[in-house]
Design a protein around this ligand. Structure first.
Ligand code: NAD
Length: 417
């Protein structure tokens, strides 16, 4: 999220939010520190018979509001402090969405491209076996993150269930619908980004129908957001991916752009576009709504002064740097923070967990309706907090609201011993 150590960034953000919250120094320190960080060195046999050691972590940051929840990433740059920070951000995300879960995160230092499928399976199962005492549907519920997906989740679930001699699909989320996953999960992140934007437009007295929209990134989150906003009657005037962007005054058709990307590997070259754009040009277009759905730090201080959108709905995690955030605030650009805008993923993971526990599965329509009302309610709570306390931004409001929810939960249960 910034050049700073991510764990230090998290602590600074909590300190900033704490300026608006009645909290003692001791309590604040507790809320800035993970409850537990497990470090494991996995010895795994490779296909050629040799042994390799992989360092892995699981950070359980705060469980005052419910079981820890957060993904597991496989990446060569995973560090202990990154995992700690990511687990803390999950505490904020689950609290802002008001779902009864805490925050956790895990990771293995590994470049998965360098290993065979059977090696990755042994690495994953070794991690699951070591994590077994710490996870469970009432303890800690992992999910996919960077470079992990349904395949890894299935291996973890199977290892856990075999060793525990039970069936417990709710030990992990992000599963395929055929193995206990939820309808609507794949679309959930793009969907919450668009619902939050719709609410922001209503708050500003504007209509999303007929609005002009630019979307950076055309992967899972970006393409779904473009499709849904188009279905609501908005004009998707520009989209991009890592190869560049495309523009059409009267709207692109997100479905045929998706088809073009599937065939050619990129949105660039789409025949229905009027012109090509760079990603920087896309981000600074004069549009009603901008949806950054690619990378963190996409909008930094060098670009913030040129942003010409009225509303930004953050599908990506951390797409606006803290300095850029201040500049956008001064220029009256309404930024819907990632911890609400892209919370659809974790909210539908929560629905998956609920369905797994009940052994009763919902229709896609029900999932989407429940997600819609969650985002509507929490957007309203953010706006109320922002206005009532005269806070500098919706992002600060989100952090203040989340911090107070975690504090209230901790205070009501007390500390043992
Ligand atoms: P993805 O890999 O499916 O898509 C990423 C897209 O960004 C691709 O189209 C890629 O070409 C594009 N991209 C990469 N580098 C770019 C660059 N320099 N300029 C422009 N475009 C670039 O990923 P995703 O799942 O859609 O995730 C996108 C963002 O949303 C990430 O920040 C992710 O953390 C966040 N997010 C995703 C989910 C989810 O459920 N998918 C949930 C929460 C947050």
């Amino acid at each position: 999220m910034s050049e700073l150590n991510p764990y230090q960034s998290l602590r600074t953000q909590i300190d900033e939010a704490a300026n608006y919250v009645d909290v003692s120094d001791g309590e604040l320190e507790r809320l800035k520190t993970p409850e537990r960080v497990v470090e494991i060195n996995l010895s795994v046999e490779m296909d050629n018979g040799s042994t390799e050691v992989f360092r892995a972590y699981r950070s359980q940051f705060n469980g005052d509001r419910g079981p820890y929840k957060g993904g597991i990433r496989y990446h060569p740059q995973v560090t202990r402090d990154e995992v700690k920070a990511l687990s803390g951000w999950m505490v904020y995300k689950t609290a802002t969405s008001d779902i009864p879960l805490g925050g956790g995160k895990g990771g293995i230092i590994i470049d998965p491209r360098e290993y065979s499928e059977s090696e990755l399976e042994r690495v994953t199962r070794a991690f699951a076996a070591e994590l077994r005492p710490f996870i469970g549907s009432d303890r800690d519920i992992p999910a996919p993150d960077v470079n992990t997906g349904q395949r890894e989740m299935n291996w973890i679930r199977d290892t856990y269930e075999t060793l525990e001699n039970t069936t417990e699909p709710g030990v992990i989320t992000g599963k395929d619908t055929s193995s206990g996953g939820s309808e609507g999960r794949v679309e959930a992140t793009g969907r919450s980004t668009v619902i939050a934007a719709r609410e922001a437009f209503e708050y500003l007295g504007k209509d999303l129908s007929g609005a002009s929209v630019a979307v950076q990134g055309y992967g899972n989150a970006g393409w779904i957001a473009a499709k849904l906003v188009y279905e609501m009657g908005a004009d998707v005037v520009a989209v991009s991916d890592s190869s560049g962007g495309i523009y059409a005054t009267d709207s692109l058709d997100p479905y045929s752009v998706k088809e073009h990307k599937r065939e050619t590997g990129s949105v660039v070259g789409y025949p229905g576009a009027e012109q090509s754009l760079t990603n920087e040009e896309l981000l600074t277009l004069d549009v009603d709504l901008l949806i950054p759905a690619a990378l963190e730090n996409a909008i930094d201080e060098s670009l913030a002064g040129d942003i010409d959108a009225d509303v930004i709905s953050e599908a990506a995690n951390g797409p606006v740097t803290p300095t850029a955030d201040d500049i956008l605030g001064d220029r009256d650009v309404l930024v819907i923070p990632d911890i609400l805008a892209n919370a659809g993923g974790v909210i539908v993971s929560y629905f998956e967990w609920v369905q797994n526990r009940q052994r009763f599965y919902w229709s896609e329509e029900r999932v989407n309706t429940e997600l819609d009302s969650k985002i509507v309610d929490q957007f309203q709570n953010l706006v109320d907090t922002y206005e009532r306390r005269s806070l500098p931004s919706l992002r600060t409001a989100a952090y203040v609201l989340a911090l107070e929810r975690v504090l209230d939960a901790g205070e009501s249960t007390g500390t043992w011993p």
